[in-house]
Design a protein around this ligand. Structure first.
Ligand code: TXA
Ligand code: MG
Length: 322
């Protein structure tokens, strides 16, 4: 296939989707690789283009928020409270799926992951479609998620016909995933754009499910993920600089710059220590460092609260080797 066209033609995107083709779409979190969630052909193509294992289910996207009710068979009160508080926005709910959603979309699970994105282009696209969109992050499986149309074009540009360009993502990290499978108790399966603390203010105490590589059915929990090609280690930056004197180093720091390292080998997430800004810059920063002529990326953890906890989760997974 020739290189994907990049543009803002919503009607063109809709026509392609109606013909079971794939379109990359902007959301407030990351760009998604979208296809008709009710079409087995489109869904199979999503798995193929991403090189994603068939056991890893897809999130479906709807707009307006009220349409969630069309695709689930039960919408319990705590889920409604969260939807009212955070949607449209970076929150995904796991709810019992309507049988019209193919098993292929949910990898055989009776539960569907559903969210309503907060991006005007994709909202307009969804509002005019007769079906929801299945859309995993638009990156090859295991690599860093894309936060601009160009990120998508560089990696999937020869595999899809169209990329809807909505500018850089305003949140910059994937949605928070909440489900109730374990004894009906609220469980956080993936840290993301809505901090756990904010969720607890609405529905009370939630359980955080730790990562696991041994149980790939646990959602979003594959450990080695979001990984750059260049090895990444996390610690105290000055100590790591001393430990690896012979290596060409790239630095991903929260606030500080380091005078002995070339500027293009450094990414500062937020000089003022603003967590939202840091989140927005995380994936593009990792991508930038991953294109530099360096041997090792060193990074530091952020304070482990609010969005800092979600950033730290992605850093841990970017550093994981298994
Ligand atoms: O912010 C986001 O959520 C982005 C944008 C594009 O919406 N999407 C995204 O999709 O991050 P993806 O596929 O990269 O990550 C979705 C995660 C996967 O790890 C998957 O295992 C989990 O959600 N998931 C999806 N459906 C599920 C289900 N039915 N039950 C349990 N986990 C599910
Ligand atoms: Mg992903």
């Amino acid at each position: 296939m020739k290189k994907a066209e990049i543009g803002t033609d919503i009607e063109k995107a809709r026509e392609l989707l109606r013909h079971e083709q794939l379109v990359a779409v902007p959301t407030e979190t990351v760009y998604g690789l979208a296809g008709n969630a009710l079409s087995e052909k489109a869904v199979a193509e999503i798995f193929a283009v991403k090189n994603r294992p068939a056991f890893d289910p897809l999130i479906i996207h709807v707009y307006p928020v009220e349409r969630i009710g069309d695709w689930v068979t039960d919408f319990p009160e705590p889920a409604r409270l969260l939807a009212r508080a955070f949607m449209p926005g970076p929150l995904t709910l796991l709810l019992p799926k309507n049988p019209r959603i193919p098993d292929l979309t949910t990898s055989g699970s009776p539960v569907v992951a559903i969210r309503s994105p907060d991006h005007p282009l994709t909202q307009e696209l969804l509002a005019g479609l007769e079906f929801p969109l299945a859309a995993p992050s638009a990156n090859p499986f295991g690599y860093i998620s894309p936060t601009t149309a160009n990120h998508v074009a560089r990696q999937l540009g020869d595999k899809i016909p169209y990329i809807l360009d909505g500018g850089p993502c305003s949140v910059g990290i994937e949605s928070t995933i909440i489900g109730w499978e374990v004894n009906g108790r609220p469980t956080l399966y993936r840290k993301g754009g809505i901090p756990a603390e904010e969720i607890e203010k609405v529905i009370g105490k939630i359980t955080v499910q730790p990562h696991s590589t041994s149980n790939p059915l646990a959602p979003g929990m594959l450990k080695s993920h979001y990984a750059p090609r260049i090895p990444l280690v996390i610690g105290i930056i000055p100590e790591l600089l001393d430990r690896y004197p012979a290596q060409r180093i790239g630095i991903l720091s929260f606030r500080k710059t380091y005078p002995d390292i070339p500027a293009e080998h450094q990414v500062v997430l937020s000089q003022t220590g603003d967590l939202k800004e840091a989140t927005r810059n995380l994936f593009s920063g990792l991508r930038h460092l991953d294109t530099q002529d360096i041997d090792l990326i060193i990074a530091e953890f952020l304070p482990e609260s609010g969005l800092g906890a979600a950033i730290n989760d992605r850093l841990r997974r970017a550093a994981a080797t298994d």
